[in-house]
Write a protein of this length. Structure first.
Length: 202
């Protein structure tokens, strides 16, 4: 795990943004984190003057067959239990939703990922606020899959960026209003782009 603070106050209006990735939190914190889902995230210079905001960013939410089977058997929220404390402690939690949700097609894994409609709700319930949809698996179930994935993501009340429904335009960025525990506000912009879609074209 690493954490850093961007203290470019002229750009952020006096705010500091702490970015933390949920790997390798200090071992002495582990027990407390396991039992307290709102345990505060730690960041260097946390006592420095000015407002502070925390962003937890993880990599791909990419579910291979064994993980999907576990979600089907034990419920998709179960998949996020180990990371839930870190997500709950952040002002914003962000992930790359890599794959599609197309209910009329069976669940599938590599090379074309199609997930259960239950997954987006579990992602939201785990504490995620924003997901990127622009990645090399975005078109795994074609353009219709892009549409149904967006429906599922919207249905879970997740902010998103990176794809758009057929016939619609959508910017590759999303503006995220952020409010910390003290009520201070920050406007955060995130961009979502991909190098390709595995030779599948929209």
């Amino acid at each position: 795990m690493f954490a850093f603070e961007d203290r470019r106050r002229k750009q952020w209006g006096g705010a500091a943004l702490a970015v933390l990735l949920p790997w390798g939190v200090a071992s002495q914190r582990a027990k407390a984190v396991e039992t307290d889902l709102t345990y505060p995230l730690q960041a260097p210079r946390a006592c420095a003057q000015g407002e502070h905001f925390s962003l937890v960013a993880v990599g791909d939410l990419l579910l291979h067959t064994n993980i999907q089977n576990t979600g089907e058997k034990r419920g998709y929220p179960y998949l996020f239990d180990p990371t839930r404390p870190y997500l709950a402690g952040a002002d914003v939690a962000y992930a790359n939703f890599e794959g599609t949700v197309m209910p009329k097609k069976p669940l599938s894994s590599f090379p074309s990922f199609n997930y259960s409609p239950k997954l987006p709700g579990a992602v939201k319930g785990a504490g995620f606020d924003v997901v990127s949809l622009s990645n090399n698996h975005a078109l795994d179930t074609g353009m219709e899959g892009v549409d149904t994935t967006l429906d599922a993501i919207d249905g879970a009340a997740l902010l998103h960026h990176g794809t758009a429904k057929q016939g619609q335009k959508h910017p590759p960025y999303v503006q995220v209003p952020v409010k910390n525990a003290k009520g201070a506000e920050l406007k955060l912009g995130l961009v979502s782009l991909t190098f390709g879609t595995n030779n599948t074209h929209d």
